[in-house]
Design a protein around this ligand. Structure first.
Ligand SMILES: [Zn+2]
Length: 452
C-alpha cells in the first residue's frame, strides 16, 4: 500500500515512525473488562458489618501485645479468640476451601526492640485455597494489636479504632465477601499481632511463608484506612494512598540504574496493577500511587513481606490525624486525643474494603504474571520480547509507557504467541507483558529482564 492511500492517522503514525523514529501516537489503554461475579460481590460490602466488627474490637479495651493475660473479655488474646471465631464462621461458606490457623511463637525479651519481657505473639491467618496447582498466593493483611502513648502499656485503654481496627474489620469483611467465590490463586486473610512493637507478627509469618517456599506474588496491607477527615478538617473520601517500595532489599542499585527500572520493582508493578484494576470497579475510590515504602517515621507489615523478597504495598487514608494515633485517650487544651470510634467513617472504610477486594480478587482470578525477557544482544531500534507460556492464558498483551509516565499508557494485543518484535525502541519505552484468559482477566504486567 502506498502512503497516500493510508488514512490520515496511520499516515501520521507511519511518518512519525519513519522519519522521527521516536514517539508514535498512543492509543488510550481501555479499562480492563469487569468480572460480573466480582462486581456483584463488591456490592455486598457492608458499612454496617464493618462498624459492628470495629466496635467489637474496640470493646476489648486494649489489644496491646502486652495485654495477653487480661482475661476473656479484655486484651489482645480475647480479640484474637474473637477473630478466630469470626473466620471459622465465615469458613463454613467456603465449601471447605478456607482454613483458620494461628501463627504463634514466643518472642524473647529484647528491650532494644521494644520487647521489655518475653511475650507470646499470635497472628490470625485464614487461608482460602485456589485451584491453581502452583499454590500462587496473595495476602490481604492488617494488624489487630493496638497501642497508646507508652508502647509497652498492656493495662490502659488503647482503642485502636482506626489503627488498626479499621483494616482488621476490612480483612474480616473481605473474607466474608470472597469465601464463596471460586478463584485460581490462593488468598490469605491475615490479622497480625505486634505490629506496633516492630512488625513482629508479620515478620514471623512472612519468614514462615518464605521458608515453606510459598510463591507469594503480593501482599496488600491496609493500615489506618478508616477516617476520611484529616487534621485540616477536610473530608477526602474519594482517595486512598498506595505506598510501594521502588528498590527491593538487597537489590543491585547499579543494575537498576542501568536498566532504568527504578519505578518497576515487583512492588511498583503490584501497585500499578492495583490502581489500574481497582479504579475501574465501582468502589467509590481512586488510588494515589506513592513510589515510597511508607510515610516518613512510619512502617508497616508490608515491609515484612518486602524483607523476604515478596512484592507488597500499603494502603493508608489520604491525610492522617496524628492526635488520634498512638495516644492515650484524653482531652488536652480542648483537643480530643485517642484512636476513637467517633472519628471513623464507615462508608469510607466500605470503599477501602471494596478497593482491596477488587484488586485482590482480580489477582486471584487472573492467570499468573508472565516471566518476560527483552533481547539486548545487539544495537537495534526495536524491541524483541519473549516470555514463558502461562497456564490458562488464551493470549497476551504488550503494555507500554514512556519512562516518565506513572502507569501503562498504551496496549497492544500480541495474540497467542510467546515472542514478539515491537517496532519501537526499548531505549525509549518501558514494556510489560500481561497474560489474558478466555474470560478477559488480565494478570499484572511482567517487567522484562534484559538478556544478552
Ligand atoms: Zn498501624
Amino acid at each position: 500500500m502506498t502512503a497516500h492511500r493510508l488514512p490520515y492517522r496511520s499516515l501520521a503514525l507511519a511518518l512519525c515512525l519513519g522519519f522521527a523514529g521516536t514517539v508514535p501516537a498512543r492509543a488510550d489503554v481501555p479499562a480492563p473488562p469487569l468480572d460480573p461475579a466480582l462486581a456483584a460481590a463488591l456490592a455486598r460490602v457492608s458499612a454496617q458489618e464493618l462498624r459492628a466488627t470495629d466496635e467489637r474490637l474496640v470493646a476489648f479495651g486494649t489489644r496491646s501485645t502486652f495485654s495477653e493475660n487480661a482475661g476473656p473479655k479484655r486484651g489482645v488474646f480475647a480479640a484474637r479468640a474473637y477473630l478466630v471465631d469470626r473466620f471459622r464462621r465465615i469458613a463454613r461458606d467456603s465449601g471447605g476451601r478456607m482454613t483458620v490457623a494461628l501463627d504463634t511463637y514466643t518472642q524473647p525479651a529484647d528491650p532494644a526492640k521494644r520487647i521489655p519481657r518475653a511475650v507470646v505473639i499470635s497472628s490470625v491467618i485464614a487461608t482460602l485455597k485456589g485451584d491453581d496447582p502452583t499454590g500462587r498466593t496473595y495476602v490481604m493483611s492488617s494488624h489487630y494489636d493496638s497501642r497508646n502513648t507508652n508502647n509497652d502499656d498492656g493495662e490502659h485503654d488503647a482503642p485502636g479504632a482506626d489503627d488498626n481496627g479499621s483494616a482488621t474489620s476490612a480483612v474480616v469483611e473481605a473474607a466474608r465477601i470472597l469465601a464463596g467465590l471460586p478463584m485460581h490463586g490462593t488468598v490469605i486473610f491475615a490479622c497480625f499481632d505486634a505490629e506496633e512493637q516492630g512488625l513482629f507478627g508479620s515478620g514471623h509469618f512472612a519468614k514462615t511463608l518464605k521458608d515453606a517456599h510459598v510463591d507469594v506474588e503480593g501482599d496488600l496491607n491496609s493500615d489506618i484506612v478508616g477516617a476520611s477527615v484529616g487534621d485540616d478538617g477536610v473530608k477526602r473520601d474519594d482517595t486512598i494512598r498506595i505506598f510501594s517500595e521502588s528498590i527491593p532489599t538487597g537489590a543491585n542499585a547499579a543494575r537498576i540504574n542501568a536498566i532504568g527500572s527504578q519505578n518497576d520493582s515487583p512492588s511498583n508493578e503490584l501497585a500499578r496493577f492495583t490502581k489500574e484494576t481497582a479504579d475501574a470497579y465501582s468502589t467509590g475510590l481512586h488510588g494515589m500511587l506513592v513510589w515510597r515504602a511508607d510515610r516518613f517515621l512510619r512502617g508497616g507489615d508490608h515491609e515484612s513481606f518486602n524483607a523476604e523478597g515478596f512484592p507488597a504495598l500499603r494502603f493508608t487514608e489520604p491525610r492522617e490525624t496524628f492526635a488520634h494515633q498512638h495516644q492515650d485517650v484524653r482531652v488536652e487544651n480542648g483537643v480530643q486525643y485517642g484512636d476513637l470510634l467517633q472519628f471513623m467513617d464507615f462508608d469510607y472504610l466500605a470503599k477501602v474494603t471494596r478497593y482491596n477486594i477488587a484488586a485482590l480478587a482480580s489477582l486471584a482470578l487472573a492467570p499468573a504474571t508472565p516471566k518476560v525477557s527483552v533481547d539486548t544482544k545487539a544495537l537495534t531500534n526495536d524491541t524483541l520480547l519473549s516470555w514463558e507460556a502461562v497456564p490458562r492464558a488464551a493470549r497476551y498483551e504488550v503494555v507500554r509507557r514512556l519512562t516518565t509516565e506513572p502507569v501503562w499508557s498504551a496496549v497492544q494485543d500480541a495474540g497467542a504467541v510467546t515472542r514478539i518484535t515491537i517496532p519501537l525502541s526499548k531505549d525509549n519505552w518501558q514494556f510489560g507483558v500481561r497474560a489474558v484468559d478466555a474470560e478477559g482477566h488480565r494478570s499484572p504486567a511482567g517487567f522484562p529482564t534484559p538478556v544478552r
